[in-house]
Design a protein around this ligand. Structure first.
Ligand code: 5RP
Length: 260
């Protein structure tokens, strides 16, 4: 029920709700991963069930595909759909140019493929993700299992020649074993503190054998919808340079706050 939502959950919910304005019937839609994107999936599911919203959905993770199915959304594969009109996804950090760190939920590879193949990418995030410089959140890097310790060593070597505050690299765990992504890889988290040159970092990391993809999403997002704790939603559109605020009320609705 709505009164059980924490202020942080409400901030996530209201930005997802505002992002529904971007969703139009007939769209091919990429569904992001994470707790903020989950609100969007629930809201879309409600439109599908109650109002017959007709969309073609592609999920960015098994987790999102499962949730979408539970919410009554038919999910198609990326290979069936190939190109999307719109992707709405969360982020771990976004900077003033709408460059992002993603992958906190270990779904960065599918998320990047889906977002790159979308005409429009809208990020939904609570205000805590808004940063001046990326890097406080550890940068996830997806690596193949084969020789991953060697890949880790190569990443550490590259980092020692770059302008970053810290250079610690850790492998993401799931309990007492390495976490395995939907694509069967490992995640290395780069604890950098501050990334002053994200483009340079992205280029050098992507050249290392064993690196599949990084969580740096540069020049991919078109707009960010930010949920503030006081109920305001801020929409920043990087292409037209607009910033808009509006108040969104959290209204209790059928099933919306149930744990589906
Ligand atoms: C998953 C992601 C998520 O979008 C990111 O971690 C934000 O998640 P949340 O909305 O739960 O804070 O990149 O790989």
């Amino acid at each position: 029920m709505s009164q059980e939502l924490t202020p942080a959950d409400k901030a996530k919910f209201i930005c997802a709700k505002r992002a529904m304005d971007y969703v139009k019937p007939g769209m091919r839609l990429g569904l992001g991963t994470g707790s903020t994107a989950a609100w969007l999936v629930r809201l879309i599911g409600e439109e599908v069930r109650n109002n017959g919203l007709d969309i073609i959905a592609v999920a960015t993770s098994a987790q999102t595909a499962n949730l979408a199915a539970e919410c009554g959304i038919t999910v198609r594969t990326m290979d069936e759909v190939k190109w999307l009109d719109l992707t709405i996804d969360g982020a771990d950090e976004f900077d003033p140019e709408l460059n992002l760190i993603k992958g906190g939920g270990a779904a960065l590879l599918q998320e990047k493929i889906v977002a790159t193949a979308s005409d429009q990418v809208v990020i939904i995030a609570d205000a805590s993700k808004d940063v001046k410089i990326l890097g406080q959140f550890p940068l996830p890097v997806e690596v193949v299992k084969f020789g991953w310790e060697t890949t880790k060593g190569l990443i550490e070597e590259v980092l020692s020649n770059l302008e970053v505050m810290s250079q610690k690299v850790t492998v993401r765990m799931a309990g007492d074993t390495n976490l395995i992504t939907d694509e069967g890889h490992y995640i290395l988290d780069l604890h950098l503190g501050s990334i002053s040159k994200p483009r340079e970092l992205s280029l050098v990391l992507n050249q290392i054998p064993g690196v599949v993809e990084t969580g740096l999403f540069l020049d991919i997002a078109d707009a960010v919808v930010i949920g503030h704790l006081d109920g305001r939603v801020e929409v920043r559109d990087i292409n037209i340079g607009t910033v808009e605020f509006e108040q969104i009320d959290v209204v209790e609705q059928d099933n919306m706050f149930l744990d589906i």
